[in-house]
Unconditional design. Structure first.
Length: 409
């Protein structure tokens, strides 16, 4: 009698096959993840190129770049206030970011129409004047969006987002991953030489002329002709992450050990740029220690308000190299500080050069003496007109400092 042969797999053979499949999946998964990140990074770069094209089209139309910290100001006899009716409905205190004016040049005409015309509060509490209220409006509290809601500032603009950044939703109010480059000094960079009424402030203007050396200067009209170092040699904008609420040093600012009021901000002195490093978690240096004094509340984080021109939300500077920590001199989120570019990409971030080219800058770029004082008109700082103390990285952030750049970067 013949024995019947079995055509099935033995248990051992089945386990071997499963093990081989597991090994293959383990080998392929990182490759798949890397391919996805490469696609996201390319999309991030393409968004930056679109912004660069929009900037050049804006300049061709208006013979200037969009202004950082611009907008409408109180009329004669009108109280200068952040919020409250009627001032909150009638002007925005010259607080709008460079991205607002860019919207019609990046295929956001419908959003621009909402912004540039009077807007009815969906909650029925009034009509916002053209160009909207101050984007510093929060979600709650007096004058917050819960009281009078301005939809354009809450809109998430796809062209202002990098797909590699997973941040989404509240408590942010319209995130952005792209910030205007304000140079290699933070001094007076938050408001420029004008006050919130649009008047020249003599105590600020000399400091602005000395220290604000980037392509963008708050509340000042800037043109390509102002960029004497060359459009191809000057960073116009930098990538930045948005905060995820995880104490990442790139998404949430700590208060400097050299703390002070904004007008007396001491961080331009020797050691100021790195004066938050004692707050770093020694076991996880990309994160802050828990329990330290942080800047602002949970709504006031990096990139959380694309329409607001304050540095925390829509600016970068070239003091510390990419992916370094955010640092401010006091707990007020609207003041000046150290705001390096950053990204979720491996090893660096994108920057937009003023000629429209997008480059990837590594976190290890030559950045000079990070312990140096900055260039300002104040004592204990470098004299106005000095070359950037922050090496190649600092030189890329200045528009007219006569630095010579050799080779690629």
């Amino acid at each position: 009698m013949k024995e019947r042969s079995s055509s099935g797999f033995t248990l051992v053979e089945l386990l071997v096959v499963i093990a081989i499949i597991g090994v293959l999946v383990g080998l392929l998964l990182p490759a798949v993840q890397a391919a996805r990140e490469a696609a996201r990074r390319m999309s991030c770069s393409n968004n930056f190129k679109q912004i660069g094209l929009g900037l050049h089209n804006y300049h061709a139309a208006y013979d200037q770049l969009p202004t950082q910290m611009t907008g409408t100001k109180p009329g004669t006899g009108t109280v200068d206030a952040f919020f409250g009716d009627p001032p909150e409905l009638s002007h925005n205190r010259l607080e709008l970011s460079w991205l607002v004016g860019l919207t019609p040049f990046i295929e956001q005409q419908a959003l621009w129409e909402q912004i540039s015309n009077p807007f009815n509060d969906p909650l029925g509490n009034g009509v916002f004047a053209a160009m909207g209220p101050c984007p510093m409006k929060g979600l709650t509290g007096g004058g917050g969006h819960a009281t009078t809601q301005y939809d354009p500032w809450l809109t998430e603009v796809p062209s202002f987002r990098c797909p590699s950044d997973p941040g989404t939703g509240l408590p942010a109010q319209g995130r952005t991953n792209y910030g205007a480059c304000i140079g290699d000094s933070h001094y007076r960079s938050n408001e420029g030489g004008l006050d919130n009424n649009g008047n020249t402030d003599s105590t600020r203007s000399t400091g602005v002329r000395a220290a604000c050396r980037g392509v963008f200067v708050s509340r000042k009209t800037m043109k390509f002709r102002d960029i004497l170092d060359g459009l191809a040699n000057t960073v116009c904008s930098g990538e930045m992450i948005t905060d995820l609420g995880d104490l990442d040093v790139r998404g949430q600012a700590a208060q400097s050990t050299m703390n002070g009021t904004d007008g007396g901000n001491p961080m331009f002195k020797i050691g100021g740029a790195v004066s938050c490093r004692t707050h770093l978690d020694p076991d996880r240096p990309q994160f802050w220690k828990s329990g330290i004094l942080m800047v602002g509340n949970s709504e006031q984080r990096r990139g959380y308000k694309w329409a607001l021109g304050r540095p925390m939300y829509s600016s970068v500077n070239t003091i510390l190299p990419p992916n370094s920590e955010l640092c401010m001199s006091n707990t007020y989120h609207g003041t000046a500080g150290i705001f390096p570019p950053s990204s979720r990409h491996q090893g660096g971030c994108h920057v937009l050069m003023t000629d429209g080219a997008v480059k990837f800058i590594t976190s290890s770029i030559e950045a000079g003496d990070t312990n140096s004082a900055q260039v300002t008109d104040q004592a204990a700082s470098l004299a106005p007109g000095s070359k950037s103390p922050f090496g190649l990285w600092g030189a890329l952030g200045t528009r007219a400092s006569n630095e010579t750049l050799s080779g690629d970067f």
